[in-house]
Ligand binder design. Sequence first.
Ligand code: 4AD
Ligand code: MG
Length: 462
Amino acid sequence: MERTKISEIWNPELIGKDVCVKGWVRTRRGNKHVQFVALNDGSTIKNIQIVFDMEKFTEDQLKPITTGASLHVEGKLVESQGKGQTAEIQAETLEIYGTADVNDYPLQKKGHTLEFLREKAHLRPRTNTFGAVLRIRHTLAFAIHKFFNDHGFFYLNTPLITSSDCEGAGAMFQVTTLDLNNVPKGEDGKVDYSQDFFGKPASLTVSGQLEGELGATALGAIYTFGPTFRAENSNTPRHLAEFWMIEPEVAFNDINDNMQLAEDFIKYCINYALENAADDIEFLAKMYDEELVDRLKSVVSHEFVRLTYTEGVKILEESGHKFEFPVYWGADLQSEHERFLVEEHFKRPVILTDYPKEIKAFYMKQNDDGKTVRAMDVLFPKIGEIIGGSEREESYDKLLARIDELGIPMKDMWWYLDTRRFGTVPHSGFGLGFERLLLFVTGMTNIRDVIPFPRTPNNCEF
Ligand code: 4AD
Ligand code: MG
């Protein structure tokens, strides 16, 4: 008999029909007359209840049905008497694919802590929480591609291995095939990269933006969506060493167009999740964060505040609030500052613009004041910075001057500078941290809990 996914079983037309389901046991309970098994196949947060009439099955047959075991069951789908359930299956046949020893299988009881589950990252997708998070992750990935496709953007695949440091923060993972125990050195005592795989130093990318700009100045509007690597040694609940970033880049957009795109895009994603992942979001809200759904709805229904960094700093300085990190004009804002503006002061998302050039990357468009650049960070409740972006410096001379000033090796940048030499145009873009968006939509509070296999300092298990 053809298998029905549990997500498809709640269909009134199937009531009274014979069905086949396959999945993993969540719980078994009952007595010597009747046994109940809650089965889940990952397609939905909802379990289907299987009822075993003990006149048709023996104790021995059901004994291997413990939490974590995998089953194939056929039987009749009937309306359920139990509260909260609409249907259940009266088992006729049972096949046990695999058992899960009660003494060894780690996910026996309900209500394991998230810390415990991080240690069991290989099995945690089988829990309700991670099933919900991973389905929402998929739903949002799909929404992102849909949004850009519907708005005429082209999906551009930028390289993961690169020879340039986009953000200039020097937090890159090096890629090499040199024997680290016997590194070839030149006469100057430095590593001889001519013997390395690419004939020069190479790293994992921290951003696809620079190559994205090559795409945008050819195709008009592109977006990237891929893994990004940063060797920042920041063990925080908001940083990963490997995270996913979405980077749209649009020719002819100025910073105002860029802000509008960011706001429309992020609201679309949150709305899409509310409409298409409601069961999972409600489950997480019930388990972890009662205000989750209200917070999501509030963000999509209010305009984001737009103000300059200078105005933001003034509000922070005048707030009288005691911050752990000092705040003054020129300081890089910490998440406590960002969250104060969003959660305490404005009570909605804020787009902060025109940051001091010293704390932003070389490619941002320079303002006439000589001090600030046309940067924009989108700040969110509970998260802080969720998006970072800017209008780009399109003047060849100004860009070159900034590159010189910062001592960025020119030989690495010739291809980027060519976009400004040949048919340069105003253009803008931004990067959304996918896991930060997921933190917001799921209500999870640690970024390690919204990616299937987190990579953080001292953590690279599989
Ligand atoms: O602000 P960032 O560094 O901006 C860029 O990389 C630009 N090149 C983007 C662009 O304009 N195309 O990073 C963008 C976003 C941040 O706002 C944050 O959401 C996320 O990426 N992010 C991280 N997420 C998880 N772990 C980390 N270590 C992250 N670093 C940045
Ligand atoms: Mg940033």
